[in-house]
Design a protein around this ligand. Structure first.
Ligand code: FAD
Length: 453
């Protein structure tokens, strides 16, 4: 590969990842087209009150609504931590902007728009262009077809940035046939008479007024949505796989929210029974159970597969060894701080495509992937957690920084993230408005000054 080659690159998606990819690719002299299904940029952060026709998001024929945000959503990370490294997410003084440290979703969208404007990325985006088919041709170029251009355009490389918070994962609710204690017949979820919805289609609490709601899940959105709904609902019962015995029962400060272990079974009469022995007759089950990776447009002849939410094989969650560097994925790791990680991944992709950075051989990359899978297996970690980088995220980012010759994670970002994460767990009601890490904030702002002209 010649040094500093310029490539033609298709980026799929104009969310935060696609914008970061466009910026880094342009910086490296590549020629970029960003395909975006929606008519605006921002991906997840472009809130819409619209919901899908199938509230569970299972019908393959449904009209997809991309964003999973609810109206009341505020970020669950401080803005300094969320920030792209090269474009501070500082409180804007412009009228109408949200200056809170944990701002509402509209402020994040404005920030992404500012990012696109600052780096002149909008002109690269083909809005309203849903990619329908991507395939490598015999000459190793890629053809990218969209609903607007069925015949397609040809590129040297494709960077997939289509997000992974749109295709719902649903909790399996067991169907028991017979309860020998009560001699009652139990039915499966299909016979349960209440309404079911996935959090992807949750927007506002009003439809749950005076209802008894069972909410499955324990992640950040489950915590937020349960409190949102409890403002109007009669009762909210959270079923969680990870709950400790001492946490079971009424949640302090909320007389109508209870924490339970997982659902054991449901009955035709509307009953939802929990493994902790409690039962409620509920109107709604709300699945806050996460999402699946989904690449309906991508044809790789089986080289890249999604198996139990493992996208693989991928070298460092980015490059499929056999197709590297011509196909890459941005943003697959989860339980992470996404924006700065996108920057690191995209810098790496852009540098490899231009020939400035070398990848190991295919065999070496495959051996690395196999080693990672073996380590997971030996540690008893299920396949579906392949991309849960979580505790290793800063190490991962610093590895990427090393590849690209970029500075590693700033000294304040990881401790600030850890402080915020602890506070989120210990004080879910107040962590967004009360904090004590002023020293870290000051360090962050000192760093940000480098980027403010
Ligand atoms: P997305 O934002 O989903 O963007 C993907 C883009 O691809 C979309 O614009 C979509 O329209 C487009 N697309 C998809 N398919 C196609 C196709 N076939 N053709 C063309 N375009 C396509 N992160 C934080 O940092 N802080 C938070 O507080 C936070 N809170 C969150 C709360 C919720 C409820 C959720 C769901 C996520 C939250 N996140 C948060 C994570 C968030 O997902 C990331 O911040 C980030 O927005 C992900 O960006 P992305 O570009 O990978 O994906």
């Amino acid at each position: 590969m010649p040094v500093t080659a310029s490539r033609t690159v298709a980026v799929i998606g104009a969310g935060a990842a696609g914008l970061a990819a466009a910026r880094e690719l342009v910086l490296q002299g590549h020629s970029v087209v960003v395909y975006e299904r929606e008519t605006q940029l921002g991906g997840t952060w472009a809130y819409t009150p619209e919901r899908e026709s199938d509230p569970m998001g299972l019908d393959p024929m449904r009209q997809i609504v991309h964003s999973s945000l609810y109206a009341s959503l505020r970020t669950n990370l401080p803005r300094e931590v969320m920030s792209f490294r090269a474009f501070p997410f500082s409180a804007s003084r412009k009228p109408g902007r949200d200056a809170r440290r944990f701002p509402g979703h509209a402020e994040v969208l404005e920030y992404l728009k500012d990012f696109a404007d600052e780096f002149r990325l909008r002109d690269l985006v083909r809005f309203g262009s849903e990619v329908s088919h991507v395939r490598m041709m015999e000459d190793h170029k890629w053809i990218v077809r969209s609903r607007k251009n069925e015949s397609g355009d040809v590129y040297d490389a494709v960077v997939v940035c289509n997000g992974h918070h749109t295709e719902p994962r649903i909790a399996e609710i067991p169907a028991w046939n017979f309860d020998c204690r009560s001699h009652l017949k139990h039915s499966g979820i299909d016979e349960w008479p209440g309404k079911q919805i996935h959090s992807h289609n949750y927007r506002v609490p009003e439809p749950y007024r005076d209802q008894i709601v069972v909410l499955i899940g324990s992640a950040a959105s489950a915590s937020d949505i349960s409190r949102d709904i409890a403002e109007v609902a009669k009762e909210v019962h959270i079923a969680s796989r990870s709950v400790q015995i001492q946490e079971l029962g009424n949640i302090s400060g909320h007389e109508n929210i209870w924490l339970h272990s997982m659902i054991s079974y449901v009955r035709k009469d509307g009953t939802v029974a929990f493994k902790d022995g409690n039962e409620v007759c509920a109107n709604v089950i709300l699945h806050c159970t996460g999402y699946k990776y989904h690449f309906p447009f991508l044809e790789t002849n089986g080289i890249v597969t999604v198996d139990d939410n493992r996208v693989g094989p991928l070298y460092k969650h980015v490059f499929p060894p056999a197709l590297a560097p011509w196909l890459s994925f941005v943003g697959l790791p989860w339980k992470v701080v996404p924006f700065p990680m996108f920057e690191y991944q995209c810098k790496w992709i852009a540098g490899v495509l231009s020939g400035q950075i070398s990848l190991p051989t295919i065999n070496e990359m495959m051996a690395d992937v196999e080693g990672y899978y073996s380590l997971m297996e030996a540690s008893g970690i299920a396949k579906r957690y392949t991309h849960r980088v979580g505790d290793h995220q800063f190490e991962y980012n610093d590895w990427l920084a090393g590849q690209t010759g970029s500075p590693p994670t700033e000294e304040w970002r990881e401790p600030m993230y850890l402080v915020a994460s602890r506070k989120k767990r210990s004080a879910p009601e107040t962590y967004r408005d009360e904090w004590e890490d002023e020293d870290l904030i000051a360090l962050a702002h000192r760093d940000f000054e480098k980027f403010v002209s």
